[in-house]
Design a protein around this ligand. Structure first.
Ligand code: SF4
Length: 307
């Protein structure tokens, strides 16, 4: 890649692709054996693994210890059965939506794995999402963050910005996704739909001529005219129309953000109060973002983050 930008590249474990990529590679796929081999051989380049196969075939935990792992588990039973195979840290689990979502979240969190709802937030009703947010905010025994709520709350408390496009890894200047032939997409969904920016062998500057890139640029440029409600939205600084672009609506996101905003105000006020008396309860210590590989570029251990 010759445009001077440093990107995280998501690639299947194919030698002809990994060989030509700079460090900063996320391996993805369902073939545990192929991923294990690639992790052993290209360990210096790999920063993460998105594992999409059955957990019984996940690469050995000791190989995954040094990278961020994202799981796409089928359900609770699969997680419980294979828990002993998983690394003990830096694991995030995408939770499928459905009626059992809340129970799944509680179970995943109790296994000390970080549940993540960002990808399917708008498939969940606002009521269902708020149940999870309130559990995250008020369940004192919770030992791990629930994402994306923890990253959002952390930034709100610290009055720092957070870019939803970046959190979702949807920005071709920073994240790209390859298929086995070297075609480049903006996301796994785009790869599946064969919506390509170009190929990894082309100059990234040429990707800007692709229909996908032009669609994205057009959406962003025309947002004030096509979605004026976004500019008036109190959460524009954070979302910048991402949910409209990806899902067409944002009822759940706005409900979640409002709940987290209120919580951040309460936390802020309590911190001020306790700062006056010189002692801050541990529960009010909300540190900078926890979300590994996105909001947490230093790859700090997500389990070490206070909730
Ligand atoms: S939350 Fe909704 S209205 Fe607000 S910026 Fe995002 S898509 Fe637009």
């Amino acid at each position: 890649m010759t445009d001077g930008l440093t990107r995280i590249v998501h690639t299947p474990p194919s030698a002809h692709l990994i060989d030509i990529l700079p460090p900063g590679v996320v391996l993805y796929g369902a073939d545990g054996a192929a991923l294990t081999q690639a992790l052993r051989y290209w360990s210096r380049k790999v920063i993460g693994v998105d594992f999409m196969g059955p957990l019984s075939e996940i690469p050995p935990a000791e190989i995954l210890e040094s990278v961020d792992v994202v799981l796409y588990a089928e359900g609770e039973k699969e997680l419980i059965k294979n828990f002993h195979r998983l690394p003990r840290r830096r694991v995030l689990c995408r939770i499928p939506s459905g009626s059992g979502l809340f129970d799944s979240i509680k179970l995943v969190a109790s296994l000390n794995i970080v549940p993540d709802l960002l990808q399917n937030l708008e498939e969940i009703s606002p009521e269902q999402a708020l149940d999870v947010v309130r559990y995250y905010l008020h369940h004192r025994a919770l030992q791990v963050p629930i994402e994306p709520f923890h990253s959002i709350l952390s930034r709100l408390v610290l009055s720092q910005n957070l870019d939803l496009w970046e959190m979702a890894r949807y920005n071709p200047d920073h994240f790209v996704f390859l298929d086995a032939e070297g075609n480049v997409g903006l996301s796994y969904e785009d790869l599946a739909d064969k919506r390509f920016l170009g190929t990894i062998h082309q100059d990234p500057v040429s990707w800007k001529k692709s229909e996908v890139y032009r669609d994205l640029s057009r959406f962003l440029n025309e947002l004030p005219q096509t979605h004026p409600e976004c500019l008036a939205c109190p959460f524009f600084f954070f979302c910048r129309g991402y949910m409209r672009y990806k899902r067409g609506e944002c009822m759940t996101l706005t409900a979640v953000l409002e709940e987290l905003r209120q919580a951040s105000v309460e936390i802020y006020e309590l911190r001020e109060l306790f700062a006056d008396v010189g002692q801050l309860p541990a529960q009010l210590e909300v540190e900078e973002g926890s979300r590994s590989r996105t909001a947490n570029p230093q790859n700090r251990d997500i389990r070490d983050e206070p909730v």
